[in-house]
Design a protein around this ligand. Structure first.
Ligand SMILES: [Zn+2]
Length: 205
């Protein structure tokens, strides 16, 4: 059986991201020919099917995380501005992913953006965060996701301070915190004291 694949209807990259595309397959089996047309969903839908190096059972996360932490990291929620536990945290240390404990941000790169969410101008490691286009709420933003476990973190904007000009706008509920003077302890697993309510209707700006 031979499969002749051909992608139609990909007019340009933007339409693929927003609307998806149609993949037409022509399958030859003996004398008969079959045509399949398969809709490839837009990038926003595809992202949910991406697999991550680390995966936690849903039930375990529901037990381990607060409702706000679960909602933000697993359901791409957003905590209300100024309600998160780390917005005004000025302690020295390392901010980690609350779900998988991967180190994400250093307190050295945290700054007061006035947005009401913890803000950082750089990552500890470039590969620790995956960025994807997010078209929810009818606006284009760049979503940030933990590269290890796929947890939603927040969004990335281009209006940050020098030297990077970047602003990682991160939910407190997505973060754990490991104080510098207790680096050898496992305090990051505490869940980061991320209190505050989560809301679907809020967007980080
Ligand atoms: Zn993670």
């Amino acid at each position: 059986m031979a499969i002749i694949g051909d992608v139609h209807s990909v007019i340009h990259t933007n339409s693929l991201l927003v609307y998806g595309a149609y993949l037409t397959l022509q399958v030859k089996a003996g004398d008969s020919k079959l045509h399949y047309q398969h809709h490839i969903p837009a990038a926003a839908s595809l992202r949910t099917k991406k697999t991550w190096p680390v995966k936690f059972p849903k039930e375990e996360l529901k037990k381990r995380l607060t409702p706000a932490q679960y909602h933000v990291t697993q359901e791409r929620g957003t905590e209300s501005a100024f309600t998160g536990g780390f917005t005004h945290n000025k302690d020295e240390g390392t901010y980690t992913c609350v779900v998988c404990s991967t180190a994400l941000f250093s307190s050295d790169t945290k700054f007061d953006s006035g947005s009401g969410w913890p803000s950082f101008f750089d990552l500890m490691k470039e590969e620790s965060i995956t960025v994807t286009d997010d078209f929810s709420y009818g606006i284009h933003r760049v979503e940030t996701t933990c590269s290890q476990c796929g947890s939603h973190l927040g969004h990335l904007f281009d209006d940050g301070p020098k030297p990077t000009g970047k602003r990682y706008c991160i939910n407190s509920a997505s973060l754990g915190f490991q104080p510098k003077d207790a680096a050898s302890s496992s305090s990051a697993a505490e869940g980061g004291a991320a209190s505050g309510s989560a809301s679907d209707g809020k967007t980080e700006l």
